[in-house]
Ligand binder design. Structure first.
Ligand code: SF4
Length: 730
């Protein structure tokens, strides 16, 4: 044991594996044990595939396929044959997921047809009937995408188009309205002029049908003598004609009956976008000025003396963000790997200048080694610097998220794209190419879970303080250093065992084949009590030589549990990331050191006040229970959870503390499932829904924390099959 410990300590400190006693992990194809149940994503209902919805309502430009089908089933799955229809639709959904996993892309309709063909729908009348009914209830169409390297740009481009179309529609409507009103002013003036009252003009205005009944020469003489002459000064006429020429020549948005816009606004480099913006700036200013003057003209409020100088200098100091917000924004989709010095400088320039440009920077690799080389680890520096710099500019909308989480923040994506000013979206795709068989979705989710790439939003339009602007809420278990997960497995003795595992940066690094040298497998016979989980090791203060060695539970290709030692280099990096996470927590108002210091000061002052009052009354102050005085405030929910009895496996329950607030269950039935004050789900009323909904929610829950228990209504249709499905969640 002592010799083994020495070997393990030596590896941990030096990262050098001895010739015997520890195995290299390169060829073992290990993945963190927590991923074991996610190996085959086609079996899981989760946020992908994703539908990029055509003509969406605000906030729903992208929707998970499974969510769309759930709504279809809610609509048609209530009848006697509801269970059969549900089963068939879920089979179809899985088939679509398989097709997408194989790289097939297309619209919902085309993938639906392809999946139905694979299920041999033509030879099964009941399947044909189920799918026909489901198809007619599915009112949404759009392209289907998977969580891969191409998805972030596809999703942002789609969401950007949706936002731009709304904006373009408004601008085109304004331009048409102004052009019509201005033309009417000119027409009315012409009608009062000599030319307008000429016999030819009068004849043209009446038309051929009644032309024979009138003496246009007599009418013209009469009108010319009786009516006043044109009242429009030539300068005004020229101004209105100029306004009309600008409105009609604009090339920013398509206007009904006019030629389409000549400009494109989507670019793949900041340099090109800024050049286009500069080149068009005089046209934007001219159009904004024309719109402002036209509004005054049609109300009859334009005064040369009052407005002439103002409009002569219009736009010379740049347009306000609100004025620019009338026009299409620019979109730039970049890959961080292509961000050279020129692009980086241009990006910084456009963000700090407040240009109306939305930039997506996609990172495919956040575990690149430090530029210092020589084995130095310094992960994710580029994307982190970029986001920090943008936040520091204070007027830039910033959203950072792993690709796996983009569905959850789609409303914020739309908000950022509609923001009147620059926006930076930093996204980690998960498509590293270095994670072996792990899907990009799992790698992206692991980056967020391990705090390697936390999600946050900085929205300058949300308020003036950090509490309003900065949001960290979509990260899992934000008040912890590392999210905790229940891990159960079967022992060699075929017993069920379980433990709580903290998912740390080390787990994320262990997914990357480039860093296998930092890990070493310990043969099962050598497992000992000095090998402790990484999470536990990170929680301990490190002093002197280690007495325990951090280990990671992993599984091999055959799902056999393995333990690997972790070297100190990776552990140090994990501690560094934990410190960065602490800084983010503070910005997000979690464990804020200023607030906690203030709270402690207030508590102390309160104690002193109570002591002084007690002394004045000649009473002994009530002793403070030390733990209660020192303990941080605990939420009512946490206290209730601590006091709660062990739930019965027969009753439906949710492991509320582990809820990631993904909305899946509440979308299924918001009476049955509800959120507590921490926005974590619980069973609000078990009688407010069906057992089928409980089972469906359990299957939809990405973290598998919904336990449907036993059915309350033994006569519910399909209860036997539902109970079978619920077995997986007992
Ligand atoms: S309990 Fe509901 S809200 Fe919470 S993670 Fe599961 S499905 Fe999402």
């Amino acid at each position: 044991m002592e010799a083994e410990l020495q070997t393990h300590v030596a590896f941990h400190l030096t990262g050098r594996r001895p010739a015997a006693g520890l195995d290299a992990v390169d060829a073992l194809l290990l993945t963190p044990a927590l991923f074991a149940r996610y190996r085959d994503l086609t079996r899981l209902r989760y946020d992908f595939p994703l539908v990029l919805v055509r003509n969406p309502v605000p906030g729903s430009c992208a929707q998970p396929l499974c969510g769309l089908l759930d709504r279809v089933l809610q609509e048609i799955g209530d009848g006697d044959d509801g269970e059969r229809v549900s089963r068939h639709v879920l089979r179809l959904e899985r088939q679509i997921r398989t097709l997408v996993g194989e790289g097939v892309r297309g619209s919902v309709a085309s993938l639906w047809d392809a999946a139905a063909d694979r299920l041999s729908v033509r030879t099964d009348p009941s399947l044909q009937d189920s799918l026909k009914r489901a198809r007619s209830a599915l009112k949404i169409e759009g392209e289907i995408v998977d969580c891969d390297a191409a998805m972030p740009a596809a999703l942002f481009t789609h969401a950007w188009r949706v936002v731009q179309e709304r904006r373009a529609k408004k601008l085109a409507g304004d331009i048409s309205r102004l052009a019509v009103k201005l033309s009417e002013i000119l027409r009315a003036d012409f009608a009062r002029s000599d030319a307008g009252r000429s016999a030819g003009s009068l004849r043209a205005s009446i038309g051929d049908a009644h032309g024979g009944s009138f003496d246009f020469d007599a009418m013209s003489r009469l009108l010319t003598k009786a009516a006043p002459k044109s009242a429009m000064p030539p300068k005004r006429r020229q101004r209105i004609e100029w306004l009309l020429s600008v409105l009609e020549a604009q090339a920013f948005v398509p206007v009904a009956g006019k030629r389409g816009p000549a400009y494109t606004f989507a670019f793949d480099s900041c340099t090109a976008a800024v050049a286009a913006y500069r080149e068009r700036y005089s046209k934007v200013t001219e159009l904004a000025k024309a719109i402002a003057i036209a509004e005054l003209e049609i109300k009859g409020e334009y005064r040369e003396a009052a407005h002439g100088d103002y409009f002569a200098a219009y736009g010379s100091d740049g347009l306000d963000p609100e004025e620019l917000a009338l026009f299409p924004d620019y979109l730039v989709c970049l890959n961080a790997a292509a961000l050279d010095a020129v692009e980086s400088a241009t990006l910084l320039e456009l963000l700090s200048a407040g240009l109306p440009i939305k930039v997506l920077v996609q990172s495919d690799d956040i575990l690149e080694e430090s530029q210092l080389g020589d084995g130095h680890l310094s992960f994710g520096t580029k994307s982190r610097q970029l986001a920090n710099m943008a936040i520091g500019l204070s007027e830039v909308f910033v959203l950072q998220s792993a690709a796996s989480n983009l569905v959850q923040v789609r409303d914020r994506i739309e908000r950022g794209l509609a923001y009147a000013g620059p926006a930076l979206f930093s996204v980690f795709s998960g498509a590293t190419g270095n994670a072996g068989e792990l899907s990009a979705y799992l790698v992206a989710a692991a980056a967020m879970e391990s705090r390697a790439f936390p999600a946050f939003t900085f929205d300058p339009s949300a308020g003036t303080d950090w509490a309003s602007r900065f949001d960290l809420g979509s990260n899992p278990q934000i008040d912890r250093d590392w999210p905790l997960h229940e891990f159960t497995y079967e022992t060699p003795e075929h017993q069920r065992a379980g433990e709580e595992v903290a998912f740390t940066l080390v787990h994320f690094v262990a997914c990357d084949r480039r860093y296998t040298r930092h890990f070493a497998r310990v043969p099962r016979a050598d497992w000992n009590a000095k090998m402790v989980p990484v999470g536990e090791s990170l929680a301990r203060e490190q002093k002197g030589l280690p007495e325990t060695i951090p280990t990671l539970l992993m599984v091999d290709a055959g799902n056999l549990l393995q333990k690997v030692l972790v070297d100190d280099k990776v552990m140090r990096e994990a501690r560094r990331y934990r410190e960065m996470w602490h800084s983010l927590q503070e910005l997000g108002g979690v464990h804020n050191s200023h607030a906690e210091r203030l709270l402690a000061r207030e508590r102390k002052a309160q104690d002193e006040r109570e002591r002084a009052i007690a002394e004045a009354r000649g009473l002994e102050p009530a002793p403070q229970p030390a733990a209660a005085a020192a303990a941080p405030a605990v939420s009512a929910a946490a206290a209730a959870a601590a006091a709660a009895p062990e739930p019965s496996p027969d009753e439906a329950y949710i492991e509320t503390a582990r809820c990631t607030s993904c909305n899946e269950c509440t979308k299924i039935n918001d009476k049955l499932f509800a959120y507590n004050e921490n926005k974590q789900a619980y069973i609000a009323n078990p009688d407010a829904g069906t057992y089928a909904q409980l089972v469906e929610a359990a299957e939809s829950c990405q973290v598998s924390i919904i336990h449907p228990g036993k059915p309350r209504n033994a006569n519910e249709p399909g209860v036997a099959e539902l109970m079978q499905r619920a077995e997986a969640f007992r």
